[in-house]
Design a protein around this ligand. Structure first.
Ligand code: PHE
Length: 352
């Protein structure tokens, strides 16, 4: 029988799709949940075959942000902005300003239910541009009154998660004894690679942008193609590029023992978590691993904490992950299922 009930429990509260009046480009702002407080989630500026693919991505990413905030213990819900660029389209400075102002207007229209931040394709300077239309933008540069680039804090959170993951999987949190394959050397992936090099880990790295080879070589990492990096024979795979990397097609080719990285939505579908489990690969849920940026930004900008206090919160990702991994082990479920059920509990509790 075909399931016909409408799953309104998990449906989005508010989704806006608008053709930008200045730019003519499609802008999607998805507010998934405000049950715990204002929805937050970054502004992604990326290429999509069709704007509908950008809409699909925004719906998935914003729902994941609700769980990310809940697991991080933040009084916030999840949202996301996606600006869908047609394949091959580049933006000059004026076009970029136009589309960011368009996005800012849509966010302003949401009247404080949602605030944005940097994401794939945007950074602190773009938040200044958005802030010309709405105050709801995190991570403007420090000199512009914000908490600055969040990517280093996200990377610190990833390192904390890697400690917890290695302790659980290999019985020791010592990263210097381990090998890692870092896939994606963008803002966050680049920091993660450098931090792992600093602690003396064995590294292989890849990026679709061959220009990033210099960074890999400089820190002593072996350079590989993205395909070889994905299937490298290492202790831990660190996905730090776009999502959808772990699929029924790729999982059987993996040779790592564990996976933890900052990329959002690493699984193509929830069932892929079960497949990883069957293959004996311990997967740290991305919604926990990638929360450092948002934890730091909200601690500093909303709760006016010092950067030392915020940094301590970011390192708390290790405890959250340890707790979820142990719960999963004790209950015979996957970390993904344990994380999702913990997030749902918190959101339900907040709703009541
Ligand atoms: N890209 C960030 C994430 O996915 C979004 C963000 C960072 C939002 C910092 C606000 C502040 O978590």
């Amino acid at each position: 029988m075909v399931a016909t009930h409408l799953d309104t429990e998990s449906m989005h509260e508010h989704v806006v799709v608008r053709r930008g009046v200045r730019s003519g480009l499609p802008i999607v702002v998805a507010v998934h949940s405000t049950a715990l407080g204002q929805a937050i989630g970054g502004c992604r500026l990326a290429h999509y075959p069709h704007w509908r693919d950008g809409l699909t991505d925004a719906l998935r990413l914003s729902a994941a942000m609700s769980d990310k905030c809940a697991l991080a213990g933040l009084p916030n819900g999840g949202g996301k902005t996606v600006v869908a660029l047609p394949p091959g389209r580049t933006l000059d400075a004026a076009a970029r300003r136009a589309v960011l102002h368009d996005a800012g207007d849509v966010i302003a229209g949401l009247e404080g239910t949602y605030a944005t931040g940097p994401d794939v394709g945007t950074g602190p300077d773009d938040m200044v541009t958005i802030a010309e239309r709405t105050p709801q933008a995190f991570c403007r540069p420090v000199q512009a009154g914000g908490s600055g680039d969040s990517s280093v804090h996200t990377a610190v959170g990833v390192l904390a998660a890697l400690h917890a993951l290695c302790a659980e999987r290999f019985g020791s949190a010592d990263l210097s004894a381990r090998s890692f394959a870092v896939l994606g050397l963008g803002r966050v992936g680049g920091h993660v690679l450098r931090m792992l090099a600093d602690v003396g880990a064995t590294l292989v790295a890849a990026d679709i942008d061959k220009g990033r080879r210099t960074l890999a070589v400089t820190v002593g990492a072996a350079w590989a193609s993205p395909q070889d990096c994905l299937t490298a024979d290492v202790d831990v795979l660190v996905p730090a590029a776009l999502g959808g990397l772990l699929t029924p097609h790729t999982v059987p080719t993996l040779r790592c023992a564990a996976i933890a990285g900052p990329a959002n939505n690493q699984l193509d579908a929830p069932a892929t978590a079960d497949l990883l489990h069957q293959h004996g690969i311990l997967w740290a849920p991305d919604i926990i691993v990638s929360a450092g940026g948002i934890i730091h930004a909200t601690a500093v900008e909303l709760h006016h904490e010092t950067s030392a206090q915020a940094a301590a919160r970011v390192r708390g990702i290790a405890d959250t992950l340890t707790d979820i991994l142990r719960t999963a082990r004790a209950t015979g479920s996957t970390p993904a299922a344990a994380a999702r059920s913990r997030a749902r509990q918190r959101i339900e509790h907040g709703r009541r």
